[in-house]
Design a protein around this ligand. Structure first.
Ligand SMILES: Cc1cc2nc3c(=O)[nH]c(=O)nc-3n(C[C@H](O)[C@H](O)[C@H](O)COP(=O)(O)O)c2cc1C
Length: 320
């Protein structure tokens, strides 16, 4: 059974495999998500590029974008064969591009389509199938609509939902604005948990530290953190102890930098340029003395790492 008490949100361009590897150096137990990957990309593109990951990233969920049950089932079978721990359906992204492909938040208006996907996927895999959605979309933002959506997908076999606690405005607001302008409504998600005690309800949106996460955990089953985990990833260093009750000590920033340097060296040997990794780790020293030096060293390492880059990197982390 997957432990979903804390997760880092799926984020395009951020939770790619290098971003996730870095996050995993900070926390062993937090559930990680891929960026949204469309069924079209997986079925028509390079499977290894879209689905491949380092087993050390686990526990790991694949987020799928799509609404065709046959394609979703095919991708679910592939995800299973690659070793993912969960498959998540994106019913929360408000982007126009996604809407034109008939997936993302617009699926909240089509609960039967999501249910059909879940049923088809369940014939292809025994992995848990979860849905990430909003509390509603504009013009359909009443609590009754949310309950109907969740009832329909749970009747189809979904046992865990991740709810971004704001509505999505489709048309008129950019995805970025859709993450700030519609107000957060945590009580709606708490109420959903009361009305669906038998399923796992994970809350998402605007959560910025572990003490906030703990407060939510008194009312729901899990917490998903997005932007703050990217801007200030070191907040995850105490998550294993504070959220999951693991007594192992938190990794120091220096230890994380050292593991990162080893990872970069191994990746470089396989032809992965340093900048594909360093772009995700700028926040490691967020908010403390030395942050600027760390970012400067990262920019240097991202260009053409000189033979001394490893020492420079470790010195910059140790200077904090
Ligand atoms: C850069 C960026 C990319 C995102 N990409 C995705 C995505 O691929 N799939 C998804 O479901 N949500 C995506 N989101 C939304 C987040 O998963 C999350 O729901 C949202 O940021 C609210 O959580 P937060 O306030 O903790 O950041 C993205 C958010 C950001 C900032």
């Amino acid at each position: 059974m997957l432990d979903r008490r804390l997760a880092v949100a799926p984020m395009m361009d951020r939770t790619d495999r290098h971003g996730r590897f870095f996050l995993r150096l900070l926390t062993r137990h937090t559930l990680l998500y891929t960026e949204m990957t469309t069924t079209g990309a997986i079925l028509r593109g390079s499977r290894d590029r879209h689905l491949g990951f380092d087993p050390r990233e686990r526990p790991l969920a694949l987020q799928l974008g799509g609404s065709d049950p046959v394609a979703m089932a095919e991708c679910a079978a592939l995800a299973d064969s690659y070793g993912y721990d969960e498959i998540n359906i994106n019913a929360g992204c408000p982007s126009d591009r996604v809407r034109d492909g008939r997936f993302g938040a617009c699926l909240m208006a089509e609960p039967e389509t999501v249910a059909a996907c879940i049923r088809a996927m369940a014939t292809a895999t025994r992995l848990p199938i979860t849905v990430k959605h909003r509390i509603g979309i504009d013009k359909r933002d009443d609590y009754g609509g949310l309950v109907r959506f969740v009832r329909t997908i749970t009747d189809a076999g979904c046992r865990s939902v991740i709810v971004h606690a704001r509505i999505a405005v489709l048309g008129g607001l950019s995805p970025k604005a859709n993450r700030t302008i519609p107000p957060l409504q945590y009580p709606t998600v708490w109420r959903l948990k009361q009305d669906f005690p038998e399923i796992h309800v994970v809350i998402n949106g605007g959560i910025r530290c572990l003490s906030e996460a703990r407060d939510h955990l008194a009312r729901v089953d899990g917490v998903m953190i997005g932007r703050e985990a990217y801007t200030n990833p070191y907040l995850l260093a105490t998550a294993d102890r504070e959220i999951f009750g693991d007594a192992a000590p938190a990794s120091s920033r220096s230890a994380v930098a050292e593991a990162l340097a080893n990872y970069m060296a191994a990746q470089a040997a396989g032809g992965v340029p340093a900048h594909r990794i360093t772009r995700h780790v700028h926040g490691l020293l967020h908010g403390i003395v030395g942050a600027r030096g760390w970012r400067r060293v990262l920019s240097g390492a991202s260009a053409t790492p000189d033979p001394g880059w490893r020492d420079t990197l470790l010195a910059a982390a140790a200077a904090a």
